[in-house]
Design a protein around this ligand. Structure first.
Ligand code: CP
Ligand code: NVA
Length: 303
């Protein structure tokens, strides 16, 4: 019998124990305690970017190269996707050349389409709905800071109920930590993901950033206008007034609380400069952890 193809369309493609093991593997890869060699020698990853990227693109390209494989970047402009070639055909063709397909795009349905029509693992490099690769890095950062008992943590999300918020909800459901989201009315996370998290975990949705930050181990935020929402940027600036992660917000969190942001950041909007550039900020460790976590993911999916 043929083995089913493993995808990473969402964190939920992993079992909670697999997720924990992947984080521990990433930690060993980062510390160098495990000699990794070149397990992906001869393997190729196609990387389709239908939105901008700095971290995702470079961390995946560098990561697969460090493991002995090769990453090939594609955009709409450079490929036939921009001229309307069907995603289904693109999936069928790329599957004949490469061992995995990473895609960053708008609709989550495009991920499903690639997985359905292709025959190699598909990795979600961010959609409007989810950003699971970022959560791998964020969980690794929490693991480094607070140890392996992630279920004992309280995490605050302050800002937009966007792809990152949805992915935090998935992570909370899977790992059992407490998640408190402070989101202005009209910007709530995905209702199905929220409902799932409410059923399976400890989740609080509030309009009050202080209630979310209270006693948190980590305070997390993201841009108020994600890619694709640029036209709403001005309106959002008003809707999110009062939701900035400021030094006073960090005061309400635990004394050892850290600040996380997937980047790119807008200093003076979702986060005060003193916070993101201050002693509690771990944003550059978090960015580095993209590399280590995704190397563990690539070994799992492509080896
Ligand atoms: N955090 C993140 O995904 O960054 P990029 O948009 O630069 O890939
Ligand atoms: N929520 C942001 C994350 C960028 C890495 C966006 O989707 O643009």
């Amino acid at each position: 019998v043929e083995k089913p193809v493993r995808h990473f369309r969402s964190l939920r493609d992993l079992e909670p124990d697999d997720l924990r093991a992947l984080i521990e593997h990433a930690l060993r890869l980062k510390s160098g305690s495990e000699a990794v060699g070149r397990p992906l020698e001869g393997r190729t990853l196609a990387m389709i970017f239908r939105k901008r990227s700095t971290r995702t693109r470079v961390s995946f390209a560098a990561g697969i190269s460090q493991l002995g494989g090769v990453g090939i970047g594609l955009s709409d402009e450079e490929s036939h996707l921009g001229r309307g070639e069907a995603l289904a055909d693109t999936a069928r063709v790329l599957s004949r050349y490469v061992d995995g397909i990473l895609i960053r795009t708008f609709a989550q349905t495009e991920i499903e389409e690639l997985a359905h029509h292709g025959s190699v693992p598909v990795i979600n490099g961010l959609t409007d709905l989810l950003h699971p690769c970022q959560l791998l890095a964020d969980l690794l950062t929490l693991r480094e800071e607070f140890g392996p008992e992630l279920e004992e943590l309280r995490i605050a999300w302050i800002g937009d109920g966007n792809n990152m918020a949805n992915s935090w909800l998935n992570a909370a459901t899977m790992l059992g930590f407490e998640l408190r989201l402070a989101v202005p009315e009209g910007y709530d996370p995905d209702p199905d993901i929220l409902a799932g998290a409410r059923a399976g975990g400890s989740v609080l949705l509030t309009r009050d950033p202080e209630e979310a930050a209270d006693g948190a181990h980590a305070v997390c935020t993201d841009t108020w206008a994600s890619m694709g929402k640029e036209a709403e940027a001005k309106e959002r600036l008003q809707s999110f007034a009062g939701f900035q992660v400021a030094p006073e917000t960090m005061e309400i969190a635990r004394p050892d609380a850290i600040f996380l942001h997937c980047l790119p950041a807008h200093r003076g909007e979702e986060v005060a400069e003193e916070v993101i550039d201050g002693p509690r900020s771990r944003v550059f460790d978090e960015a580095e952890n993209r590399l280590h976590a995704q190397k563990a993911l690539l070994i799992r999916l492509l080896k």
